[in-house]
Design a protein around this ligand. Sequence first.
Ligand code: FAD
Length: 557
Amino acid sequence: MAPLSLPPGKKTVAQKLLGRLNFTRVWCFRGILKGFIGKGLLGKILGNPLGPNTSFYVENNGVDRMVKTPSPCLNPSAQGTPSYDVVIIGCGVSGANIARRLSAYRLRVAVVEKAADVSFGTSKANSGIIHGGFHHPKKYLKSRLEIQGNWMFDRLHQELGFPFKRCGIIVAALHEDEMKAVEHLYWQGRENGALGLELCSRERLLSLEPQLSPEVVGGLYAPAGGIIEPYRFVFALVESALTNGVHLYTNWKVVDAHWNTEKKEWRLVNQEGGSLSARFVVNAAGLYADEVSRLFGAEEYIITPRKGEYFLLDRLTPVRPERVVFPVPSALSKGMLVIPTVEGTVLVGPTADPALSKEDVATTAEHLDIILEAGKRLVPGLNRNDVITTFAGLRPVLGEDFYIEPSTKVPSLIHVAGIQSPGLTASPAIGEYVKDLLKAAGLELTEKPDWNPCLPPRPQARNLSPYEWDDLVQNDPAWGHLVCRCETVTEAEIVEAIRQGHTTLDGIKYFTRAQMGRCQGAFCTYKIIKILMRETGMSYEEITKHGETSQILRGAL
Ligand SMILES: Cc1cc2nc3c(=O)[nH]c(=O)nc-3n(C[C@H](O)[C@H](O)[C@H](O)COP(=O)(O)OP(=O)(O)OC[C@H]3O[C@@H](n4cnc5c(N)ncnc54)[C@H](O)[C@@H]3O)c2cc1C
C-alpha cells in the first residue's frame, strides 16, 4: 500500500507547529513566569487596560476575536423572582442527569449550583468507573440503579459524545482464601442482572491482563464495566439540558427556603438575596444535602465526608492495564484499584478515610505510600516516577444506600442524598427515577416534540488526523496555535470552553484537558489566562482556579 502523503508544497499542522517551537525560549519562560508571579509583574503584563467586564478585540498571533455570549440559558438575567416548575439544587452528576431528563418535557426547569462551574463537587474527583453491578446486594436501591445506569451509557455516549469505553473490570484474588469472596461477587452480580460475568482461573486472568501480579490465583471478569471522564459527562449533560431550555445558575448558593401555602410553591433565596420560586424542588446537593434539607425544615440527617486519595500516572507509563483492576473488596470500600483512564493516563487509589471537613481534599505522603503499595500488589510494574499529580475526592456517606425519596415532612421536596459510589454509574437511572417520583408527586409530564437528545460532534486536536486538523486551521487559525503541548490542546478549544461558560482555570482544564498532562499547567497556564482575559474581558485578578477565593494572580508593581 502506498504511504499517505500530502499534496506537494503543503505542510501538515504538526510540521507547521514544529517549525514554530523554540524549546529554549519555552524553558526560559518558565523561570521568568515564576519570578513574575512572585513580584506581581505578570499582572502588569497581562493587565486589561479597559477594565473588567469590557468586551474588546485583541490581536493574538493573527487571530482577532470578540467576546461571545454563552447559551442564554446559562445565568439568565433574572428580574424579580423567576418561577419554575422544578428547581434542582446542585449540579453534580445527579443534578445534571435529572435536569437533562426533565428537559424532554414541557416544563420550566432550573438548576442552581453554588460553585463557579458545574461538576465541581464530588463529581469531579472520583474513579470514573462505570461499575459492573456485582459489588452490592440486590436489596439496595443503588444496586438496581447501578445496573440500569450501566446499560444506559452506550446510548448516552452516542447522543452526547463524551469519552466512554466499555473496557471491562477485573477483580483479582491474590490468595486462595479470597476466591470465596470472588464467588460471592459473581453470584451477587448474577442475581442483580449484571451481564457477561465470568469466574476466571489464574491463566484466564493473566491472558486478559498480562501485567497483573504473577501471584494472582483467579478472579472475576465483568466485561460490561467501563470508564469515563466524569466531569466531561456532566458538562455534556448540562449542555444538552441547556440546549433544550433548562436554566442554569452558577455561583447560586441556596441559603434559605420558604413554603408559600397559598401559591403552593417554594421560594429559594441565595447568598445575595436573589430568589427563585419552584413548585417542586430536588435536593441533589451532594455533601451538603443534609444542610439543604435543614433549610427546608425537612428530614434531619447527617452526611459525613469520607476521603479517597489518588495517584495519577502519566500517559507515557509503560504499565497500563487494559481493564480496571480491583482487589477483593473489604467491608468498608471496594479497595484500592488500578484504573486505566479513558484518556490514556492511569489512576491508582482511592483510600477510604474520614475527612477533617466537607472541604478537606488534601493529600498526604503517608496515604500515597499506602496507595502505591496496594497498587503494586495488583500490578507490580507501577512506578513512582510516572506520578504526575495527586488528588482527593469526598464520598457523601449517609448509611449504606442512596436516599432518594420525597420528603414526608414538607411538601414538594425530593431528596437525592447519600449518593456515594456507584453514583456516577447509577446517575442516568437516578434521572429516570426522580422523574417518576416527580410525576407521582403531581408534576404533569408532556413530551416536547422538538426535544433534541444529541449534541453536535466537537473536534479535539489530539484525536484528529493531520488532514482533518489542517482543514480546521484553514477555517480558523486558532486551531494552529498549540496552547497545551502535553495534551495537544489548541487555542480554538480553549475559546470553545470559554464560550460554553467555563471561565475558571479548572473549568477549562476539565473541558479541554489543558493543564492535565505531565507538566500540570506549568507551560500553558499563563497562555490560558491571556485567552480568558481576551475572551471575557476579565482582569487577571478576577481569574480564579475554581471560583470564590482561588485567585492566582494578585497585585502589581
Ligand atoms: C473517591 C471516590 C471515588 C468514586 N468512584 C466512583 C466510580 O468509580 N464510579 C461511580 O459510579 N461512582 C463513584 N463515586 C461516586 C460518585 O462520584 C458520586 O456518587 C457522584 O459524583 C455524586 O454526585 P452528586 O451530583 O450527587 O454530588 P456532587 O457531585 O457533590 O454535586 C452536588 C452539588 O451540589 C452543590 N451544592 C451543595 N450545596 C449547595 C447549595 N446550598 N446551593 C447550591 N448548590 C449546592 C455542590 O457545589 C455540588 O456541585 C466515587 C466517589 C468518590 C468520592
